[in-house]
Write a protein that binds this ligand. Structure first.
Ligand code: KG4
Ligand code: ZN
Length: 351
């Protein structure tokens, strides 16, 4: 089987995503989001997300099948995010995927959300040259991954020791009075801002930190620095220049992310750098990474913004890669694993 037809189901956070791919060709990418309900609370409420997944699941699967012009019986595999993510939200997707698999006899693949964020790039740019370094930046993770083999050999070189990059965007957006999720709003506001307006701290970049935390990130100090700066300006009776603060904050995040990811690639003799996850949709991150990768002689790849944020296509893309590589399907009794380790690409025979 050269071009497997695979459906992917994603429910790790607040997007109910169902994607269908044939090989590396995207046939459908249906999404239902509870983000508007979540925005009222200024963050994702797990219970609200789970309920929304349950309501959206069957119609979203139907929409994806219709868009792709295929039936469940045509599928060669059903892939589902088994973790990491919100436990209750994951359970809805895993339960649904098991039901579809049992009803049709189509093999089931429980997969890792982080590897799926990397695999989605195949839909845009074709097979990933291995080894590759993946910079995975989302609402829950900021991880530098070594991808030796996307079908099963992935490990972590470094990660955030506190807030994830996306979390920092969301928290700083809140400080600036911007809506949730903050990343896209900061991105937009920063277009009109001066990146050098304030020099915010670059976490874990000092010489002594580079010894112990060479490929790790820290964003909570940056968030606190922004909060303090805003507080001081307010106390002095000044108004907050939202565009400038957004641009200066974004610059600090992108500077450290790109610097460390490129360092990891160079020090491991890896020629390809891949960006994935919601924050990879950030226009400044993409521009800065492009510039710095070129200077370092690296090949840089990233998918279009819509494929960076959570979706079902990424899960289908990883599933399709696993089927093509001959990886065994998962046993029916696998659980949702909210803290699934980055090294587990799929639950082939993990139990
Ligand atoms: O990958 P994702 O959709 O979900 C998780 O797996 O967490 O990432 C969501 C995160 C949010 O924190 C959101 O603010 C951030 O990605 N994000 C962005 C942009 N678009 C989404 N951050 C910066 N710039 C953007 N354009
Ligand atoms: Zn994600």
């Amino acid at each position: 089987m050269s071009e497997p037809l695979v459906m992917g189901i994603e429910t790790s956070c607040d997007e109910t995503g169902v994607g269908i791919v044939r090989g590396t060709e995207l046939l459908a990418d249906a999404i239902a989001s509870s983000v508007e309900e979540q925005a009222r609370f200024g963050g994702v409420v797990p219970e609200v997300a789970s309920r929304a997944h349950l309501e959206a699941m069957v119609p979203t699967v139907q929409r994806a099948l219709d868009d792709a012009g295929v039936t469940l019986e045509d599928l060669d595999g059903i892939a589902v995010t088994a973790g990491p993510g919100l436990a209750g939200a994951l359970m809805v997707g895993v339960g649904a995927a098991k039901s579809y698999s049992l009803a049709t006899g189509v093999p089931l693949y429980g997969v890792n959300h982080l590897s799926a964020h990397i695999a989605v790039d195949t839909l845009e740019n074709g097979p990933i040259p291995e080894p590759a370094i993946g910079l995975l930046v989302s609402g829950g993770h900021s991880t530098i991954m070594m991808v030796e083999d996307l079908a099963g050999k992935v490990h972590q070189l470094g990660a955030s020791i506190d807030d994830a990059a996306g979390e920092a965007f969301d928290k700083v957006a809140r400080l600036l009075g911007l809506p949730f999720p903050g990343g896209p709003y900061i991105d937009k506001a920063a277009e009109e801002g001066d990146r050098g307006y304030v020099e915010f701290p670059r976490g874990l970049s000092a010489a002594k930190d580079m010894e112990r935390h060479r490929y790790d990130f820290s964003f909570s100090g940056l968030k606190t620095a922004v909060a303090r700066w805003i507080e001081m300006e307010k106390r002095a009776g000044k108004s907050i220049p939202v565009n400038h603060v957004a641009a200066a904050f974004q610059e600090a995040v992108c500077d450290v992310l790109t610097r460390k990811a490129i360092l990891a690639a160079k020090e491991h003799g890896v020629e390809t750098l891949l960006l994935g996850g919601g924050v990879a949709a950030n226009s400044r991150l993409r521009a800065m990474a492009t510039e710095r990768a070129e200077d370092a002689g690296l090949t840089l790849r990233f998918p279009r913004p819509k494929l960076c944020t959570d979706n079902g296509a990424m899960v289908a893309a990883l599933g399709s890669h696993l089927v093509a590589a001959g990886v065994a399907p998962s046993e029916m009794h696998f659980p949702a694993n909210s803290s699934m380790d980055v090294t587990i690409v799929s639950l082939a025979d993990a139990l």
